[in-house]
Design a protein around this ligand. Structure first.
Ligand SMILES: Nc1ncnc2c1ncn2[C@@H]1O[C@H](COP(=O)(O)OP(=O)(O)OP(=O)(O)O)[C@@H](O)[C@H]1O
Length: 628
């Protein structure tokens, strides 16, 4: 076959159903499309007026009206914008994918700021057919000699066009709602959809129900209510940060996110170059756990809502925040909720990350007190950010705080300066203040403050820090007996020590009938503790990980629990065991079992069976006491 070249031909009867049904992922998007067309129409006529190409006189009341008529099953979108001549209807409406917005931008791009024009694909209008069986347009152009035009189409490929009856400038689009559009006969659905997409559109949007019963007072007089726009035409984020007060920021937050709690603090993003981006990011107060930390970042394009939580633009960890971001330069796809994935979105995302890190650093430096006060709420977010984004980690690693058991907030540097030498760069931490109380007290006795790491983000966080800093090791207080707690001078010679360890090991193994428990005999400085249970940090972390990923059912044979029972030679009970080891004695058994259970209890809760035995044995011991 010979080589051929040509242009693809499109039949409107084939493409039309695709536009109607599949171009837009959400059914309710037609509201955004028609209202943004109406706003564009107003922007255009205002622009022409300011250029002297249209004469609007003193008119300033530009607005969009959405009118529902439940009886007629119609929904109207009415604007007092630029209107269309019959030529324009033929060009922009009859020719699918021919955008008047694009043409307008091209024609006026050198004449000042027309960036607010939203449309650009020339498809949005047709989204009306997703819900309407028939659509009518009644329009009158701003041009002095223009005739009104009426256009009508029932969703097929045929349309009707004739001279219209409209007498005022602007456009009225009437949707005869079909089966697919019956949800939009509900006032509530309409209002919430308008609020979702159009909250910040630049002209007031009013909503009316044409056939609603008039509201009356007690005497039967009709109450005339002042119409109230559903949107905020100049949202706070568009203002200069220096002109906004704290109260305004809080108010904007509460209204936009319907959150009655005040945010902790916020970042006002305001950038003109190299791209245009405005917005406010709020750090919300933390709810109970990590699971409920769900933020919401709303993305706008020239004041028109695009979508929530778009991962391409907002780094994933920032989705825990709440905020609005408006970027008119976004490379949007035809269906607008999707982004064209080019390098630009990455630049936006990097910019936002940098701004967040800068804000945190400046708060740390200029208002350490507030930073500490907020730490409880913001630390999971910062730690999550550190895990997810290395650039963010590099920017904030120096401001991560560690709260000590005494309530002091220290950076890693400060902590090591204070305790590092004593602890050989090991950072002792507590994950449960109650459970690990005995270990905490022992550390305190030696002037060491452990830090509290009790959030579910902490285990992966500390592993991450260890992977970044070779010389830092985190140890839970019950994972190791720090050298500083041992009385190293009082150690007997090696040979004696070995014999003593063997002797107590025999007693405990016999009494406990436990093979997997290693006995370690130490001279602890404290004389109050007979025995302590420790489990190596690595071993415990591995077990926790397996539990978390649901691998508990796997054969853990290759990974034994590695429980170590540390016995204190200085304690009278252990001295007793050493003295009587090797003899057959019921009391030896009782002491060993009781010392072991007490050690377990300071480490983790006893099992039900062990607890029953413990109580029984305690009673027995007391009975023996009084019998003597
Ligand atoms: N209410 C209106 N007033 C005046 N002109 C309108 C109105 N609605 C639509 N138009 C004209 O019809 C054209 C096509 O509208 P349509 O919504 O299909 O596409 P668009 O707004 O150009 O781009 P997009 O697909 O991004 O929305 C518009 O560009 C505009 O010229």
């Amino acid at each position: 076959m010979s080589k051929e070249k040509g242009s693809l031909s499109i039949h409107s009867e084939n493409i039309f159903p695709i536009i109607k049904k599949w171009l837009y992922s959400d059914h309710d998007i037609f509201i955004r499309e028609l209202i943004s067309n109406a706003c564009d129409a107003i922007t255009k006529v205002k622009r022409l007026n300011s250029l002297g190409e249209a004469d609007l006189g003193e008119e300033t009341a530009f607005q969009v009206k959405v009118v529902l008529n439940k009886t007629d099953k119609t929904l109207k979108f009415i604007d007092n914008g630029i209107g269309m001549t019959d030529e324009e209807v033929k060009k922009y409406i009859n020719q699918i994918a021919f955008s008047g917005a694009e043409e307008f931008l091209k024609a006026y791009k050198d004449k000042g700021d027309v960036e607010q024009i939203i449309g650009h694909f020339g498809l949005g209008f047709y989204s009306a057919f997703m819900v309407a069986s028939t659509v009518e347009i009644d329009t009158l152009s701003f041009k002095p000699d223009a005739n009104a035009v009426k256009w009508q189409c029932d969703g097929g490929t045929e349309f009707e066009m004739e001279e219209g009856t409209r007498t005022t400038r602007g456009t009225e689009i009437t949707l005869h709602l079909g089966e697919d559009g019956k949800d939009f006969l509900s006032e509530y659905t309409l209002k919430t959809t308008i609020e979702k997409y159009c909250s910040f559109m630049p002209y007031p949007i009013y909503f009316e129900v044409a056939d609603a019963e008039a509201k009356k007072d007690e005497e039967g007089n009709i109450i005339v209510e002042e119409p109230k726009a559903l949107n905020e035409v100049s949202p706070l984020y568009l203002k200069q940060p220096s002109c906004c007060t704290d109260e305004e920021y809080k108010e904007f937050y509460k209204k936009t996110f319907r959150d009655f709690q005040e945010p902790l603090f916020w970042i006002h993003l305001n950038m003109d170059y190299p791209f245009n981006l405005k917005g406010i990011l709020y750090f919300p107060k933390l709810k109970t756990g990590f699971d409920t930390m769900e933020g919401s970042i709303k993305l706008y394009n020239s004041q028109v809502f695009v979508a929530d939580n778009i991962k391409e633009v907002i780094p994933e960890f920032l989705l825990l925040l709440k905020g609005v971001i408006d970027c008119p330069d976004l490379p949007l796809n035809v269906s607008r909720s999707f982004l064209q994935n080019d390098g630009f979105t990455k630049k936006i995302s990097d910019y936002i990350t940098k701004k967040v890190a800068d804000k945190l650093n400046s708060l740390f430096k200029t208002d350490r007190e507030s930073f500490q006060k907020f730490w409880g709420d913001i630390n999971p977010f910062i730690k999550y950010g550190i895990l997810r984004d290395d650039k963010f980690y590099q920017k904030v690693e120096g401001i991560v705080l560690y709260k000590t058991i005494d309530g002091e907030y220290l950076t890693m540097e400060a902590y090591l300066e204070k305790h590092g030498e004593k602890l050989d760069k090991q950072i002792y931490y507590v994950s449960d203040l109650q459970q690990q109380a005995q270990y905490i007290n022992m550390m305190k006795e030696h002037g060491v403050e452990a830090i509290v790491l009790d959030h579910m983000i902490d285990p992966p966080f500390i592993s991450h820090i260890e992977s970044k800093k070779d010389d830092i090791k985190f140890k839970r207080v019950d994972s190791k007996i720090a050298d500083l707690m041992k009385d190293l001078e009082e150690n007997a010679d090696e040979e004696t020590s070995k014999k003593q360890t063997e002797a107590v090991t025999n007693v405990f193994k016999k009494a406990l009938k436990k093979e997997d428990c290693t006995i370690q005999l130490e001279n602890l400085k404290s004389e109050d503790v007979a025995g302590m249970l420790i489990q190596s940090e690595e071993n415990r972390r591995m077990q926790e990980m397996m539990k978390q990923y649901g691998m508990g059912g796997l054969n853990l044979g290759s990974m034994p629990t590695e429980e170590v029972l540390v016995l204190n030679k200085k304690h009278p009970l252990i001295k007793y065991v050493l003295d009587f080891a090797g003899q057959e004695s019921e009391d030896l058994n009782l002491v060993a079992q009781q010392v072991y259970d007490l050690a377990v209890m300071t480490h983790k809760p006893l099992s039900a069976e062990a607890m029953t035995k413990f109580i029984k044995r305690s009673n027995e011991i007391m009975k023996k006491m009084i019998a003597q």
